[in-house]
Design a protein around this ligand. Structure first.
Ligand SMILES: Cc1cc2nc3c(=O)[nH]c(=O)nc-3n(C[C@H](O)[C@H](O)[C@H](O)COP(=O)(O)OP(=O)(O)OC[C@H]3O[C@@H](n4cnc5c(N)ncnc54)[C@H](O)[C@@H]3O)c2cc1C
Length: 331
């Protein structure tokens, strides 16, 4: 285990964040040692992956826990792939593409680690990671015991799961490798792109290449531009509760959700109100995608949350829609 005091916490918003103590677990046996640190530091802790979905404070007065487990084991008998939490998500997608394991292709180029993927049930272009998970090996930080959670125990829904804000440290994920050999190209952005560019998709690699191109045109690379991807979730609301007095229904992006509810494209809502936003010094909207907030590397958590609140207030007064923040705010 690597133990660092007053350590910098890596994060893709480039917030200058430090913590009292950072523990980097290098092997499974390090899990057993965690309890000794907990009693010394009042049990305040936060688990961090690659830091691409965090809005951190300048100082975290507790323990930051990271895992470096990068094992990848194919269990052909049970048609499973056991992957360590510290493995990079996109490297896993590439691994699966190279082995003709279907189902990962729509989730190409999502930044971050394998261990974080189930937390908000990462999803993109019509797929969610929950459809690929058999079970998750966790270490409970309350009773310091290992537990294997089956997919059905994780309560996966759109951008959420019961693992979020739980006491479970994920150290392995068991992925299914026998998904039906069908590629999913139904998502509207994909169909439009394929048609416009006269592309024929024959296999998961072709599809992942198309999605990579679409993503690179809309989303900033966090290694070059400080961001956490979408800052707000697409809200799911009663259709009748939306205020169309200022902007007509046709201007919004609406997907049917159930009988009376619709999922609303949050990027379009922000696009329609962005002219009324005040100028903030260290944080702004990404010029190619209104759902992404970018910083100049000098922004604090407060700067970012102030800007986000202004957006939320304007969207609420204009459309009567509450925008929920997607990344994790740590206090
Ligand atoms: C440019 C960009 C594009 C993005 N696109 C998408 C997208 O298309 N779809 C999507 O869903 N997300 C997207 N995201 C968000 C981000 O990629 C995911 O949330 C990702 O899973 C975060 O991984 P991470 O390792 O950086 O986690 P972190 O940001 O470090 O942590 C995220 C959460 O996971 C928890 N966590 C991390 N590791 C563990 C562990 N081992 N055990 C228990 N809890 C853990 C943390 O406590 C925290 O709650 C995007 C982000 C960026 C910057």
């Amino acid at each position: 285990m690597i133990i660092e005091e007053d350590a910098h916490i890596v994060n893709s918003l480039a917030i200058n964040a430090k913590c009292k103590i950072q523990l980097t677990l290098e092997s499974e046996s390090d899990l057993e040692e965690l309890k000794y640190y907990f009693s010394e530091h009042n049990n305040k802790y936060y688990i961090v992956g690659e830091g691409t979905n965090l809005v951190l404070p300048e100082y975290f007065d507790g323990i930051i826990i990271k895992t470096k487990f990068k094992n990848i084991i194919e269990d052909n008998a049970n048609k499973l792939l056991k992957v360590g939490a510290g493995y990079n998500w996109n490297e896993l997608v590439k691994y699966c593409l190279s082995k003709s394991i279907y189902g990962f292709e729509n989730l190409v180029d999502i930044p971050g680690s394998v261990g974080a993927a189930p937390i908000q049930n990462i999803g993109a272009y019509g797929s969610e990671v929950s459809s690929l998970i058999e079970s998750i090996d966790c270490y409970c930080l309350k009773n310091f015991r290992k537990v294997n959670l089956k997919n059905s125990e994780c309560n996966f829904i759109y951008r959420n799961s019961s693992l979020k804000n739980s006491d479970y440290l994920i150290y392995n994920i068991n992925f299914i490798t026998n998904k039906e050999k069908i590629i999913s190209t139904n998502y509207e952005t994909i169909t439009k792109f394929i048609k416009k560019n006269s592309i024929i998709i024959n296999n998961p690699i072709d599809l992942s290449n198309v999605i990579s191109k679409i993503r690179s045109q809309a989303l900033p690379d966090p290694k070059l531009i400080n961001n956490v991807g979408s800052f707000f979730k697409n809200p799911i609301v009663e259709f009748n509760s939306i205020n169309f007095n200022i902007h007509s229904k046709e201007k919004l992006i609406l997907w049917n959700h159930d009988n009376s509810k619709v999922k609303v494209g949050a990027a379009r809502l922000i696009e329609l109100i962005k002219g009324d936003l005040s100028l903030h010094k260290n944080v702004s909207l990404y010029n190619k995608h209104c759902l992404v907030l970018v910083t100049n590397g000098k922004a604090s958590q407060e700067d970012i949350l102030n800007f986000a609140s202004e957006i939320q207030e304007l969207v609420l007064t204009t459309f009567n829609i509450n925008l929920e923040i997607e990344p994790n705010i740590i206090y």
